[in-house]
Write a new protein. Structure first.
Length: 280
């Protein structure tokens, strides 16, 4: 596992450089989710593949930017699912973006996730890893230096509501409104990594990307985005559920690009989700 984290650190440093130099133009392809790929998406994916391919304990790599997993070492133990540059379309507005990694064993199902990590490329480059605990590191020179353990309080002040509001179901609209009526502050950039990182660092709140009338299964991908963050939020003392109130990490992924409605937050906010979704 340590070798994988070290490969993630090498990838993060290289991608941080690419963000500074690669143009924001579009690549000619689209990814499996039908999203147009930026040259940066393809470059970031290639960098991570190059670095992780050096780790002999890895059996399979699955990327959000590739249709199918690739085999690294038939005898390897770990499966790594990753989103190489989540929110990449925000780069040309100079907003923060990130890379997300899930480390699995046997399959890409939620229960088989062993550890996860993400990198935030913002005013600073930061890494958060979650094996036993959720731990935060900052890139200083060539090294990631330990900063702190991340812990969520029972209740926060941040509300990060994803999805197109005109497609929200009525009960979801009522949930979001109820938090604002309690005085929660809207904090939503459209980048999953910085939006979830902010709630972790500030100690609490709710990030939601629900099922909507146009996307009943939500938008965020289980293997590359949702399961890794669910692990991090739980290791920080929070909760991570779907629209039926189930722990996200108990869900299967029948194919690697599958999406799910998802809610990440402190215990108070997740209980409210269950109430408004009739799952309390
Ligand atoms: P919306 C970025 O494209 C992304 O995949 C996540 O980083 C982010 O949370 C979500 O989509 C934003 O989607 O529909 O709210 O713009």
């Amino acid at each position: 596992m340590t070798e994988i984290i070290e490969a993630i650190k090498r990838s993060a440093k290289r991608i941080a450089q690419e963000i500074q130099t690669t143009d924001f133009g579009y690549h000619e392809g689209t990814n499996e989710s039908g999203e147009q790929q930026l040259k940066l998406d393809v470059r970031s994916d290639l960098i991570i593949e190059e670095e992780l391919a050096q780790v002999s304990s890895i059996k399979l790599l699955a990327s959000e930017e590739k249709s199918d997993p690739i085999t690294i070492n038939e005898e390897g133990r770990y499966l790594v699912g990753y989103d190489p540059l989540d929110g990449s379309s925000l780069v040309d507005t100079n907003l923060s973006v990130g890379s997300i990694f899930g480390i699995y064993e046997k399959s890409f199902n939620g229960p088989d996730l062993l550890a996860s990590a993400y990198v935030v490329y913002g005013p600073r480059v930061e890494l958060v890893t979650a094996t036993i605990k959720a731990e935060r590191f900052i890139l200083q020179g060539d090294d990631f230096v330990y900063l702190q353990e991340l812990a969520l309080k029972d209740k926060g002040k941040i509300n990060a509501p994803g999805g197109t509001q005109k497609h929200w179901y009525p009960h979801h609209k009522k949930l979001i409104q109820s938090l604002f009526e309690e005085g929660y502050r809207l904090r939503y950039s459209g980048g999953m990594v910085p939006d979830l990182h902010q709630i972790l660092v500030k100690g609490g709140g709710l990030f939601s990307y629900p099922g909507t009338t146009d996307k009943p299964s939500g938008k965020l991908r289980k293997v590359f985005e949702v399961f890794p963050f669910a692990n991090i939020y739980e290791k920080a003392g929070g909760n991570a559920i779907d629209d039926l109130g189930r722990r996200l990490l108990e869900l299967p992924a029948h194919e690697v690009h599958e999406t799910t409605p998802c809610f990440f937050g402190s215990s108070y906010e997740i209980q409210k989700v269950k109430e408004y979704y009739g799952q309390a």
